[in-house]
Design a protein around this ligand. Structure first.
Ligand SMILES: [Zn+2]
Length: 312
């Protein structure tokens, strides 16, 4: 059976941008409540970025708040893989979320974009862009972000990825309790997530094998997986043994679909190094980032350092 994919016409792209804008708006609304935002402009605005076709999404200052810029070229780059994935899956049992037959491009992209956006917001809410006063107006670090030394920059990247895993999986843990569709899909849903996220990490590795502005893809994968399920466990107060297993099976299915590039990424996972994590905690705590948060999440990896990662 083949999945009938939507035409990539102007309406499709408009839907995709609307969906992305909604993801950002929902996050902005939530944080505006959280930090008791008192300005008339949104805390996080959204912009489709047409310049710089090879750019990745980024966050920048705009008046009192900030703006999440999503490059058109970046969405198109992701969308190509979303098409490939579904063409492959059309003849390989598909996903539970579409009964193996409907186009689920927007569902895949929504998940990817949420996590990517959460990473960017992690830099903001973890206090990387502001000075010591923790005031919203104090953005003095913003302009200097690119000139940080390597240790600082890497630590910020760990900090933002930990935040993104936290944000994504705590959201998922809440959703699973209230959304009947998710409840019914159960483990199968986690299998689907494992599949699509392994694809994302593989294409990121391929796009930029030695990233300067982000962690290596295998680091990001491991943090998403291990920190994510730890947060899932803490949020729901139960060990997600079956879900964790299903997610990994989804990843394995993804490796089979992708072939050598997938195996290559999996092979690199052994380089995941806890010393680098310990080092980053040290740098961040020395610079007081555990108390410079603009928004304090329930679990902060700089505070609960003894049980950072999920263990079966
Ligand atoms: Zn980053």
């Amino acid at each position: 059976m083949t999945i009938k994919l939507q035409d990539r016409n102007p309406e499709y792209w408009e839907k995709l941008f609307q969906m992305t804008a909604n993801v950002v708006k929902q996050m902005s609304d939530e944080f505006e409540r959280g930090v008791k935002w008192e300005y008339s402009v949104p805390l996080i605005d959204f912009k489709r970025e047409t310049s710089g076709i090879n750019r990745s999404p980024f966050i920048t200052r705009q008046g009192k708040g900030c703006i999440l810029c999503m490059p058109v070229g970046f969405l198109k780059w992701m969308d190509d893989f979303v098409i490939d994935m579904q063409e492959y899956l059309g003849s390989n049992n598909g996903f539970c979320v579409n009964n193996g037959k409907n186009d689920i491009s927007l569902w895949i992209l929504q998940n990817w974009i949420s996590w990517i956006t959460q990473h960017e917001l992690g830099h903001l809410f973890n206090g990387h862009y502001v000075g010591d006063t923790r005031e919203w107006d104090d953005w003095n670090k913003f302009e200097h972000f690119d000139t940080l030394n390597n240790d600082d920059r890497l630590s910020f990247e760990y900090d933002a990825d930990m935040y993104a895993a936290n944000s994504f999986f705590s959201g998922l843990a809440y959703a699973i309790n209230i959304d009947n569709r998710l409840k019914n899909w159960g483990e199968k849903y986690f299998n689907d997530l494992g599949f699509i996220f392994f694809v994302l990490f593989t294409i990121m590795e391929e796009r930029d094998p030695n990233p300067l502005l982000h962690l290596a893809a295998y680091d990001r994968l491991m943090i998403f997986l291990l920190r994510g399920f730890k947060i899932f466990e803490t949020t729901n107060n139960t060990k997600p043994v079956k879900e964790f297993k299903a997610f990994q099976l989804g990843m394995a299915r993804s490796v089979m679909a992708i072939g050598d590039q997938g195996k290559n990424l999996l092979d690199k996972v052994k380089n995941f190094n806890h010393d680098k994590i310990t080092q980053s905690i040290k740098v961040l705590v020395e610079n007081k980032y555990h108390i410079r948060r603009l928004y304090q999440m329930k679990s902060d990896w700089l505070r609960d350092t003894n049980a950072l990662f999920y263990k079966n």
